[in-house]
Design a protein around this ligand. Structure first.
Ligand SMILES: [Zn+2]
Ligand SMILES: [Zn+2]
Length: 223
């Protein structure tokens, strides 16, 4: 799929259907979709098996495969067991080969973990679609009124790729949305005071929301 194939209506429903970052959300969806597609029909999906074995998987996506296997019966632990056994067997040959499997603090390069590539393709597609459609009135209103909030890194990318005027608009909206969240966190913190007698409500989730929005000052994240 290409960015040009994303419709404005799809962008609007992405904004309306959930909370937190709609770009992160679509990346997670495409990763889960790939996992379900690969593992629910593993025996007949030779190309997925090859891709899973080629470069192995990053820690985050291994964890996600395990999560999907537990959550979704059509995946299940059997298919994942078969695949993990094949991956292990393939990686035995890595042990005495110097050119693969080095320890590095760097993030995986694109093309290593197959699910990182799936996620990064989706990311590119939706980032350019958002940068394009957020320059229109209707999509802007829909973002302002939605519970969606771009994470810091995705907001930075979109701001950089919009015309200046629209970039300024988005900076302002992001600032408001992050301030609202900071207030919720503040609320949660203040309820920990021993003098507090009111119950903790929705604000108990605020710090978890923040964990999904905070970025990292790394130029590689801004492509
Ligand atoms: Zn994001
Ligand atoms: Zn990965």
């Amino acid at each position: 799929m290409k960015a040009d194939n994303v419709l404005e209506s799809e962008i609007v429903s992405l904004l309306e259907e959930g909370e937190l970052c709609p770009v992160c959300r679509s990346m997670e969806k495409s990763v889960d979709g790939w996992i379900v597609g690969a593992f629910s029909n593993l025996l007949h999906n030779e190309s997925a098996r090859i891709e899973l074995k080629r470069n192995g998987l990053c820690k985050a996506h291994l964890k996600r495969i395990v999560g999907v296997a537990k959550e979704r019966t059509e995946v299940g632990s059997l298919a994942v067991s078969i695949m993990f056994k094949e991956i292990l067997a393939a990686q035995v040959t890595w042990l005495d080969r110097k050119e693969v499997g080095f320890l590095s603090r760097k993030k995986p390069k694109s093309g290593s973990c197959v699910l990182c590539s799936v996620a990064s393709n989706t990311e590119k597609i939706y980032l350019s679609a958002f940068a394009k459609f957020l320059q229109g009135d209707e999509v802007q209103r829909s973002y302002e009124n939605s519970r969606s909030v771009f994470c810091v890194n995705h907001a930075r990318y979109i701001i950089k790729n919009m015309r200046n005027l629209y970039g300024k608009w988005l900076v302002e909206i992001q600032r408001n949305k992050y301030e609202e969240l900071a207030e919720e966190i503040e609320n949660y913190i203040s309820k920990h005071d021993y003098r507090n007698t009111t119950l903790v409500g929705q604000e108990r989730h605020a710090w978890l929301k923040a964990s999904k929005l905070i970025g990292e000052r790394d130029e590689r994240n801004i492509w």
